[in-house]
Design a protein around this ligand. Structure first.
Ligand code: HEC
Length: 586
């Protein structure tokens, strides 16, 4: 069995009390975890179960030992090439940002992925306490099988100039051969990781003053009685009972849903991004037994119930004719046309959807049908793919569509709505009766909201292909303000980002979605619309994971092409914008 290092033990003991309900082998067993790397890409341990071993090297560009050991590590990585061993670095200082890390890595010629352990929770989980320290993980059993120095050049007290004992290489060789790893493991001589900031954050966490307010802010909007989540955080007892599961969804970044690159979370309306400190507090509280030391229970006293219209009572409610969804089989898209009976020309300010039956409803897209002027065809977008999302769209996690202050969507008297309804059968026949709430401007706004998408319809993903990258772009011919972006893919969708390439060649990333989830598709409305000088190109990049390691993949052996159904794929970078010149100026 692994000898738990003294240092790690002291650090761990002062920062967290091991959760009482944990299994016997607590020192070695680890939970699944997720981190983003310095490039903004997502890593989740359980999605690497096809590797024999994961080697994590604790790296800090400030640490001389870590910088030196990095080149020895590269030699070991080379030695194990082609053997299903993944070598990664992890930075658990909590004090280096992604950009600084990328610059440091470039300077040091580091080509391995560097995982950013901002909360320091993964270091604690793995028992890493020093830089240049290595943890070898068994991704299937979720165990640390080795923890210690890379070789004798970087072990405690060593003055060796060249390594003679290759601890990590030996441990890997033994592990891959199914042999036991030497019990004595040398401690790394790298610098101690400074846990003092995170220790201060969690030094006096209380249920009533810290935990309950965080849960109210981040979770209870869905986790309430009658809410969309499977359990209600309606009392201390409830939360305590769910606490092991809450720990897991936090450390794997599954909840709150729809997390984006942290650097973008303040740029958009309605992003519920849990902070580093909030995560540290919740996990620490859970690891300490999830108790309540006060006489009050703020969650039990918090009386809220779901509100039907989150954006306020709409000016007009459209009842979509109830749709009967069969128990089984493919449900083709249903395109409906609904008259609106507008008494006069109107400008839409916001659109909200209330889903009828979320077990079957996958999306609704609402476009306007122009009035019949008798002078020709009314626009009929049926079957036209590349036209943006019209007035608004519903997808799980995305119910409210708003436009910026001076912009609206024109609906002339006599207009109708064209709805594309997508359902997936759920094993039980059911009826979906969804509603659309429309808010109008009192006065005509300055600008009309426009939309489009960067899309690539030529999708060809090979069976079992893990990392299929696609790029699509769109050029803006006139000065414009970008007001919304939103990625859309299906079950193989893995991550996505949007970038602007300005006419002078400079590039700017504007949104990164490291862990795209089909079940939580959001569109992102900018708080400050982005100015795009004429000639700016918007580049949408997405990757797809058709491997068996993608837990949402219905069939990794399938060859994937474009298609409307969820087991086929799409690649849409939706956007909304307004022309910079107001309509009167044209
Ligand atoms: C936008 C709504 C929403 C928010 C906000 C939200 N949840 Fe959830 N949560 C859900 C839904 C829906 C599910 C079930 C489907 C899923 O797992 O995606 C779920 C599932 C869970 C589960 C797993 C239950 C299971 O059996 O797998 C846990 C635990 C959880 N949420 C905790 C949290 C925590 C902690 C927060 C806040 C930090 C939070 N959730 C915020 C909607 C939400």
């Amino acid at each position: 069995m692994l000898r738990f290092l003294m240092i790690a033990k002291i650090a761990a003991a002062s920062l967290m009390t091991v959760f009482v309900g944990m299994s016997v082998n607590a020192a070695d067993r680890i939970s699944d975890f997720s981190l983003t790397d310095s490039e903004g890409r997502f890593f989740q341990l359980s999605r690497h179960g096809d590797e024999q071993a994961i080697v994590l090297f604790s790296y800090d560009p400030q640490s001389r030992d870590a910088r030196r050991a990095a080149s020895d590590l590269a030699d070991v990585a080379e030695q194990f090439e082609g053997q299903k061993v993944e070598f990664l670095m992890i930075n658990s200082t909590g004090s280096v940002d992604k950009l600084a890390m990328r610059e440091a890595a470039e300077k040091e010629d580091i080509t391995l992925r560097i995982l950013m352990d901002d909360t320091q929770l993964v270091a604690k989980e793995l028992g890493l306490s020093r830089t240049a320290e290595v943890a070898i993980l068994d991704p299937t059993a979720k165990e640390v099988v080795y923890r210690g120095a890379l070789n004798d050049r970087f072990s405690q007290g060593s003055r060796a100039r060249r390594a003679k004992e290759h601890y990590v290489a030996d441990a890997l060789t033994a592990f891959i051969a199914g042999q036991s790893i030497a019990a004595e493991q040398a401690e790394s001589k790298g610098d101690e990781i400074d846990f003092s900031t995170s220790a201060a954050v969690v030094s006096s966490v209380s249920y009533a003053n810290d935990v309950a307010p965080i849960l109210k802010e981040r979770c209870v909007t869905c986790h309430m009685e009658g809410g969309i989540a499977p359990f209600a955080m309606s009392s201390h007892q409830m939360v305590q009972g769910w606490s092991p599961m809450i720990r897991e969804v936090l450390i794997t970044k599954r909840m709150p849903p729809g997390q984006i690159g942290a650097e973008y979370s303040n740029q958009f309306h309605g992003v519920n991004q849990i902070s580093v400190e909030e995560t540290q507090k919740l996990v620490h509280w859970i690891d300490s037994g999830a108790g309540n030391d006060s006489s009050t229970d703020p969650l039990a006293e918090y009386k809220i119930s779901p509100v039907k219209w989150g954006h306020g009572e709409p000016d007009m409610i459209v009842n979509i004719p109830p749709q009967t969804i069969p128990a089984t089989g493919t449900v083709e898209y249903r395109n409906l046309v609904l008259p609106l009976d507008l008494p006069e020309d109107k400008w839409v300010k916001a659109v909200e959807f209330v889903a009828g039956d979320t077990t079957v409803l996958h999306h609704i897209i609402a476009w306007a049908q122009a009035p019949d002027t008798g002078r020709g065809r009314r626009t009929n977008p049926f079957g036209i793919l590349n036209q943006g999302i019209g007035l608004g769209a519903y997808a799980p996690g995305n119910t409210i569509n708003t436009y910026p202050d001076d912009a609206g969507f024109p609906l002339a008297q006599g207009s109708g709505l064209i709805l594309q309804m997508h359902y997936t059968s759920s094993g039980k026949e059911t009826v979906d009766a969804s509603e659309i709430g429309i808010h109008f401007w009192d006065e005509e706004p300055e600008r009309a909201i426009l939309g489009g998408s960067a899309a690539d319809l030529e999708i060809a993903i090979a069976p079992f292909e893990a990392n299929h990258e696609m790029v699509a772009s769109k050029k803006f011919r006139k000065d414009a303000y970008l007001t919304m972006v939103g990625p859309h893919m299906h079950y193989r969708g893995q991550d996505a980002n949007f970038k602007l390439v300005y006419p002078d060649g400079t590039e700017e990333e504007i949104l990164n979605v490291p862990n795209y989830q089909f079940n939580w598709q959001k569109t992102y409305d900018f708080k400050e619309p982005k100015f795009l000088p004429a000639g700016t190109e918007m580049v949408f990049r997405a990757t797809f994971d058709n491997s068996a390691m993608n837990p949402y993949n219905p069939d990794p052996s399938a060859e994937i092409s474009w298609g409307e159904q969820t087991w086929q794929e799409m690649m849409f970078g939706f956007f909304r914008y307004v022309d910079a010149e107001s309509s009167e100026g044209e």
